[in-house]
Design a protein. Structure first.
Length: 690
């Protein structure tokens, strides 16, 4: 939104510089820990002031300290002490690099704010498209199509195709980049090399860790380098193409954070969150022995990441280096450094069915699939075959696929015994006659046509191809089938969550004018709703949870943990939590920070409401039905309902859905999300107590 040129509603363009006498709490000593010694104010006075326009496209200055900013954001500039009466004196940045937001901004410029939602689905589709050409550099057309199926059915790819984070766009850039680089390595050509270098360099602007892709770029450039002007120029051009977007990223970091080596992760110490202790599981004095990331990764890859294909991928990766050293080493430099890096990472959930940790390895999945396809194809093609046996086995396999599809389409539990013959016959008739729709009928007729064509036209080639087709097909059907079965509940649950959030965005935009103020209370997705509205823009956003003592408790816990060990990584910026701790708390006689009273926090909410109403702003309040009493109201004001819409509970999926359906578990009634407006009470009406 900011990159597309739409600024925050009413936000100043530069941080305020409040006088010391106006700062609260007044008792804060001059050496307050809020003045972070690790991150001094940016040197905007000397040489960088002319880039204020860039900072305004990548960050915003809050209207007040209470204004919503995403939890994964960081604050820069002076940090405090905070004041409840003065404008904010800091900037809010996303801690992530700007590459993916830039793609979303381009989509927003072309198709409006709704187009931002299309970026990652399109990136996923394009990654699968270019994956075919990537795989063709090592295997034949049939196995390349098989590889696309493996990539498209990968649980990580499916889960993050419709999630507005960095992984799908990174997958697209890396797939295109490695296709361009490997194609250039094999055939040469300026265009291929430039595409490969630019795409791999741009991946670094989406995820900082993709900087490691410099290794295969340098190796490929060195392998093709010759002491003649054209080959030498091509090699230099590939490296320069990679360096162009990375250099721009370094310049952005310099302008925004004061150094080309400093990123948003630096403010959370996450750039130091890589250590051997996380790989081995031996935490030493920092904690007890735990499952090492090496074991976590292997278990998750074997179960969720690359079910059935993982052993072949590992064998193929090392076999390629011995069989085709230039291709194999380039592939290894793509896969192994990134894999090792995140085996050293501090955050690694250990469940075998989660995709949270595996998402860090999503950009190397095409490389693993490439290696696995290569070794499977080489092994199956080396098997001697017999013409008649191959034809018979292929025919039986086709018949088996057709019968299974017919039984599944029939929708009945299979009968054990001879009765299954009648079931299969009814299922086949229903499929072939079009009772299940034209796609099913086309599939039903296609299988016997292909088998017949093989008997009449491909008899001589059947012996050589049957092993490859049947072996790779069976491996793919089983592996991808299990992947789809396991990830479907997660995807379906995410679909319900995203649709509910999108409906909330649509309802708020339809009933609350742009430029209004929106508070969220106890909605099911409180911060997620605000994140969505923040991306859409046009509203000044606040969360009521910030006015609760629990927010102080959470902030103080993180600050205390950070003060114990200031080098430990934390996904949330500790200095920002310190700011909120001081905003919501006060120092007692012993100098310890304690939470302000509920009355004081409620008074801060009243003062914010008064200020907004005095400016003539319309104030909306979003909450679940029956929860409006949690909104702090100054006497004389009330909440008037604007609109409401159904927010059905999460739909059970997968095995849970089947168990509940069999047991006839009743569905709960739908809840309602309600949008209110803060208005003055009509004269003569009784005044509600807050």
């Amino acid at each position: 939104r900011l990159l597309a040129g739409e600024a925050d509603v009413g936000a100043p363009r530069t941080p305020a510089t409040a006088p010391a006498t106006a700062l609260a709490p007044a008792a804060a000593p001059a050496t307050s820990p809020a003045l972070d010694p690790h991150h001094p104010p940016l040197p905007t006075a000397a040489g960088l002031r002319q880039f204020e326009w860039l900072r305004n496209r990548l960050s915003f200055v809050p209207v007040s300290p209470w204004q919503f900013a995403g939890r994964m954001c960081i604050m820069t500039e002076p940090y405090g002490p905070p004041s409840t009466t003065q404008p904010a004196n800091y900037r809010i940045y996303a801690k992530y690099p700007p590459g993916f937001p830039a793609l979303a901004a381009i989509a927003r410029e072309i198709g409006g704010w709704s187009a931002m939602y299309l970026v990652n689905p399109l990136c996923t589709l394009l990654a699968c498209y270019f994956a075919y050409f990537l795989f063709r550099l090592g295997v034949g057309p049939f196995m390349s199509v098989i590889g696309v199926v493996w990539l498209a059915c990968n649980p990580l790819v499916l889960n993050y195709a419709n999630d507005a984070n960095s992984h799908a766009s990174t997958l697209f850039c890396v797939t295109v980049g490695m296709w361009g680089l490997l194609s250039w390595l094999r055939r040469g050509g300026v265009a291929r090399g430039l595409v490969g270098g630019l795409a791999l360099g741009y991946a670094c602007t989406i995820r900082y860790s993709e900087f490691l892709l410099l290794l295969p770029v340098l190796f490929a450039a060195g392998a093709r380098f010759r002491f003649r002007w054209r080959p030498a120029l091509e090699s230099v051009g590939v490296v320069a193409a990679w360096a162009l977007p990375v250099g721009l990223l370094a310049a952005v970091c310099w302008v925004c954070f004061g150094s080309p080596w400093k990123t948003g992760y630096t403010y959370c110490n996450e750039s130091t969150g890589f250590a051997w202790k996380y790989l081995s599981g031996d935490m030493g004095d920092a904690g007890p022995l735990k499952q090492g990331n090496w074991e976590t990764l292997l278990l998750q890859l074997n179960r969720t990441g690359l079910f059935l294909l993982w052993p072949f991928a590992l064998a193929g990766l090392f076999g390629l280096m011995a069989s085709s050293w230039r291709l194999g080493v380039t592939l290894a430099l793509w896969i192994l450094p990134a894999t090792l890096l995140y085996m050293l990472y501090y955050w690694a959930p250990t469940s075998e069915t989660t995709v949270g940790y595996l998402r860090f390895f999503m950009s190397v999945m095409p490389g693993f699939i490439f290696a696995g396809l290569w070794v499977v194809e080489r092994g199956l093609l080396a098997m001697p075959g017999e013409k008649r046996g191959a034809l018979v086995v292929a025919t039986l396999a086709g018949a088996g696929i057709l019968l299974v599809a017919a039984l599944v389409g029939l929708g009945e539990a299979p009968v054990v015994g001879v009765g299954i013959v009648g079931q299969a016959a009814r299922g086949l008739w229903q499929m072939l006659s079009g009772g299940e729709g034209w796609p099913a009928a086309m599939f039903g007729w296609l299988v016997p046509l292909l088998v017949g064509a093989m008997w009449f036209f491909e008899r001589d080639q059947a012996a050589g191809r049957a092993a490859l087709a049947l072996g790779a097909g069976a491996l793919t059907a089983l592996g991808c089938g299990v992947n789809l079965y396991n990830i479907a509940p997660t995807i379906e649950a995410a679909q319900g969550r995203w649709l509910a959030l999108r409906e909330t965005v649509n309802e708020v935009r339809a009933h609350l004018p742009r430029g209004s103020v929106l508070f969220t209370g106890t909605t099911r997705f409180n911060d997620q709703v605000l994140n969505q509205m923040d991306a859409v823009g046009g509203y000044e956003l606040y969360s009521l949870t910030l006015f609760e003592p629990a927010s102080f408790t959470d902030a103080k816990r993180r600050v205390d943990n950070g003060d114990k060990d200031s080098t430990e990584p934390d996904p949330v910026q500790v200095e920002r939590e310190r700011y909120y701790m001081e905003l919501l708390g006060r120092q007692n006689a012993r100098g310890a920070w304690i939470v302000k009273s509920p009355a004081q926090l409620r008074q801060a909410a009243f003062e914010l409401q008064d200020k907004l109403l005095a400016e003539g702003r319309q104030i909306g309040f979003l909450s679940n039905e029956g929860s409006k009493g949690l909104f702090p109201l100054r006497p004389g004001y009330e909440l008037r309902e604007i609109t409401r819409w159904a927010a059905p509970p999460a739909v059970p999926t997968g095995m849970q859905a089947r168990v509940q359906a069999k047991a006839a578990v009743p569905r709960h009634a739908a809840a309602f999300t309600v949008l209110y407006e803060l208005v003055k009470k009509a004269p003569g009406r009784a005044v509600e107590k807050p």
